[in-house]
Write a protein that binds this ligand. Structure first.
Ligand code: ASP
Length: 314
């Protein structure tokens, strides 16, 4: 099996063949999730703890469902409401967790690097469910699976990632993954929302949607991450929508069969036209949600196999 990691912290640590291993296994879980009987025992006897230090609806639900479908005992810890506000450090949290003996720990944290730090201190497998502006590996994997199923391949595609790149861990993980799989990546957005040094990632940068979208196969829209902005990055939402919001007119520059993606939650009328987002002939936003559960099942299954082989060898 080509996946030997103890944790899933970021796409930056994965080789292309490991990405393919996750996606291939996820395909099997797509079938299971569509069946009447949705249960497997891949994680039977294991404990999964979801620790979200930042708000999340869909990602937390997706991980919870994934764990339950694989037979794990799943527990959600609402960290915002608890110890973090009482001043507990991340290291203390790790010590507490170790005493509870979880096998899989799913963590979302507002600070880039916090999940890596936690992974060094706990005895279980850690999955990064989004850390600051750094990485969101399962999002990039679910996006990759969605693209591969819609386009029949995951290489040599023209892919546009549009909007608030600077604050987006989704963009960062996708740029790394799609680059590793040898796609041509264009970033489109206002210069104020482009991260410094982005050219080093081997991408093309545009501040004009019509030009940037020319002949692309995939249009990936991003949410304006207001919670990470401290000041005026855009003149107004109305103006932003006018220049960078995806509507049918702008999409007409892309290939006729280009697909539209959005990681959610989306702001209709700010980064994307609501009718376009709901157009099942162009938008694969619902497929992304479906692929999310399957990819998270695959990732946790692979980590659990590695965990068991280490325990077996000890
Ligand atoms: N849900 C994604 C994330 O956690 C995207 C977003 O919030 O805009 O990064």
């Amino acid at each position: 099996m080509t996946f030997t990691h103890r944790h899933l912290l970021g796409i930056e640590h994965l080789r292309p063949e490991e990405i393919v291993t996750v996606l291939d296994l996820a395909e099997e879980y797509v079938d299971l999730n569509r069946a009447a009987q949705k249960h497997s025992d891949a994680l039977a006897g294991l404990t999964q703890i979801n620790m979200f230090f930042e708000n999340s609806t869909r990602t937390q639900a997706s991980f919870e469902l994934a764990g339950k479908r694989l037979g794990a005992d799943v527990m959600n810890m609402a960290m915002q409401a608890s110890s973090i506000t009482k001043g507990e450090t991340l290291i203390d949290t790790a010590m507490t967790l170790n005493a509870m003996h979880p096998d899989l720990l799913v963590v979302r944290h507002p600070h880039s690097g916090a999940v890596d730090l936690l992974a060094q201190k706990v005895n279980c497998a850690v999955l990064n469910a989004g850390d600051g502006r750094h990485e969101h590996p399962t999002q990039a994997l679910l996006d990759a699976l969605t693209i591969r199923r819609a386009k029949g391949r995951l290489h040599r595609l023209n892919i546009a990632i549009c909007g608030d790149i600077a604050h987006s861990r989704v963009a960062r993980s996708n740029i790394i993954l799609l680059g590793k799989m040898e796609n041509r990546i264009r970033l489109i957005g206002p210069p104020t929302l482009m991260p410094a040094g982005i050219a080093e990632f081997g991408v093309e940068v545009y501040d004009d949607m019509a030009k940037g979208l020319e002949d692309v196969d995939v249009v990936m829209m991003l949410r304006l991450q207001r919670e990470r902005m401290d000041g005026g990055f855009i003149p107004s939402e109305r103006e932003y929508y006018h220049r960078f919001g995806l509507d049918a007119d702008k999409l007409a520059n892309a290939k006729p069969d280009a697909i539209v993606m959005h990681p959610g939650p989306m702001n209709r009328g700010v980064e994307i036209d609501g009718t376009l987002a709901d157009d099942i002939n162009r938008s694969v936003i619902q497929d992304q949600v479906e692929m999310g559960v399957a990819v998270r099942m695959a990732a946790m299954d692979l980590l659990a196999r590695n965990l068991r082989s280490v325990q077996g060898a000890a």
